[in-house]
Design a protein around this ligand. Structure first.
Ligand code: FAD
Length: 473
């Protein structure tokens, strides 16, 4: 006999678990199939984000930032802390505790909302039913009114640097070093590479980042990318652009990396090497060939703007479909799909998704970059404000970076905001709200901002768009 639900979600990451909770809250009988198991063989919820992504990386970023502050930045406040040391296993233990607390929290939310967690690997069959295979190979068919696929993504591997989990690791392995590597190589100077490189650099590793592209952070506004690059260089990250890794060799307990760049062939020796060259959708073996589901040319499950696949009654959300691979993007798609299944004409504004690099200072963005506006021929105006002119940033001894606001030349509508600076993630959210409400730059300029706050830099950048900034000459 098979079980039957209104909605069956495959995958319990931030896209899937949010979709499942929302569907259950709307009164739909809901199950969530998850294949991840903990050490005791029990189903583990939370996906990449909670287990090996957003949360553990931020726990280590926060710990390493505090260590670095104590070691190198408190003296300016007149605070002497003496010998500062780092207990790496204790730091990892704190990270694991937070991860366990949060993944256990999803268990609690499932129970509270009446979502049934099913342990096993899910596969969509024709007719939108789901075949679930558990860890012992037992197979059951779960009948679903609607299926939501939220199977996420996995790290991309590259042939010249195969992950061995000892010397060469992916982002998951980079969260588990038991001691600080003396020399750390990172392949890829994107979001994940920069965050993980920063963690170990702050703890004392000499970090060399090898990036194949000639441009640094090409998806970011290039003015902000240049400024961020300068700040990271000052912090000691050795970022080499146009460096294509051609091979690796394990020799005498070290990893030797060969790479080529315009000035020839090079090699570097590291204690550890992180491969952080991106992630790919986990779309293999997820559906039968007669299910009607299709992939796009890049291997993502093909969906329309409402996350409907080509198969009737089957949706897909999160990293497994097009769009930025971000937890909050997947979660909002989950809410939209659950509401649409329930009959509400929900939709998602893909133009207003913030993205953040959680380095220190943070780099955050929403909307169009200046280079995109130029390429699209949109008439725009821009304003910037440096944190060096912010009283609050100076008081905090945290005044690197700037806020950049981009608005439509004719309508004054805010089109984008790009920040590198203290608390950039939280600051950019103010502009996300403004953009979601269709705000003009003048609306922001006429808003009262508390003094002294970092938010004043957003206000001043909005004022600067029309040459009205007060605190900059
Ligand atoms: P996932 O979180 O990958 O979850 C998919 C789930 O589906 C997994 O639990 C998997 O086991 C399960 N699954 C897969 N196939 C099956 C199957 N056939 N049957 C049953 N279960 C299956 N994003 C941010 O927004 N902010 C950040 O700060 C951030 N930091 C990151 C740091 C790191 C180091 C990494 C690696 C990623 C980070 N991300 C961050 C990205 C973020 O983790 C992903 O965008 C997010 O987890 C995607 O959510 P998802 O639900 O689509 O997929």
């Amino acid at each position: 006999m098979s079980d039957k639900y209104d909605v069956v979600v495959i995958g319990a990451g931030p896209a899937g678990y949010v979709a499942a909770i929302k569907a259950a809250q709307l009164g739909l009988s809901t199950a969530c199939v998850e294949q991840w198991l903990d050490d005791k063989g029990k189903v583990r919820l939370g996906g990449t984000c909670l287990n090996v992504g957003c949360i553990p990386s931020k726990a280590l970023l926060d710990s390493s930032h505090k260590y670095h502050e104590a070691k190198a930045e408190l003296d300016v406040h007149g605070i002497a802390v003496g010998d500062t040391t780092i207990d790496v296993p204790a730091m990892l233990g704190r990270k694991d505790k937070i991860v366990n607390q949060l993944t256990g929290g999803i268990d609690g939310l499932f129970k509270h909302n009446g979502v049934t967690a099913i342990s096993g690997s899910g596969k969509v069959l024709a007719g939108a039913n789901v075949e679930v295979t558990d860890k012992d190979g037992n197979v059951q068919i779960v009948e679903a009114g609607k299926v939501i696929i939220a199977a996420g993504s996995v790290p991309v591997e590259i042939p010249p640097a195969p992950v061995d989990d000892e010397y060469i690791v992916d982002s998951t392995g980079a969260l588990e070093f038991r001691q600080v590597p003396e020399r750390l190589g990172v392949i890829g100077a994107g979001v994940i590479g920069l965050e993980l490189g920063s963690v170990w650099s702050r703890l004392g590793a000499e970090v060399v980042m090898l990036e194949a592209l000639d441009e640094f952070l090409p998806m970011m506004d290039q003015q902000i990318a240049r400024e961020s690059g300068k700040i990271f260089k000052k912090q000691g990250l050795d970022i080499r652009l146009g460096a294509r890794v051609t091979g690796t060799e394990i020799k005498d307990g070290k990893v030797v990396v060969s790479y080529s760049s315009t000035d020839g062939e090079h090699s570097e020796t590291f204690d550890k090497l992180i491969v952080a060259v991106g992630r790919r959708p986990r779309s293999g073996e997820l559906f039968s060939s007669d299910s009607g589901i299709t992939l796009d040319e890049r291997g993502y499950i093909f969906v329309n703007d409402f996350c409907e696949t080509e198969a009737p009654n089957v949706y897909a959300i999160g990293d497994v479909v097009r769009g930025p691979m971000l937890a909050h993007k997947g979660s909002e798609e989950g809410v939209m799909v659950a509401e649409r299944i329930h009959g509400k004409p929900a939709q998602m504004n893909y133009d207003c998704i913030p993205s953040v690099i959680y380095t220190h200072p943070e780099v955050a963005a929403v909307g169009k970059t200046e280079q995109e506006l130029k390429a699209e021929g949109v008439p725009y105006k821009s304003g910037t404000f440096p944190f060096a002119a912010s009283g609050r940033a100076l008081a905090a001894n945290d005044s690197d970076g700037l806020v950049k606001m981009l608005s439509h030349e004719e309508t004054d509508r805010v089109l984008g905001c790009h920040i590198v600076g203290p608390s950039a993630a939280d600051l950019v959210q103010q502009v996300v709200i403004a953009m979601e409400f269709g705000s003009s730059t003048e609306d922001l300029a006429l808003t009262v901002f508390a003094h002294p706050t970092l938010s004043e830099a957003v206000h001043e950048a909005a004022l600067a768009v029309d040459g009205q900034a007060i605190h900059i000459a």
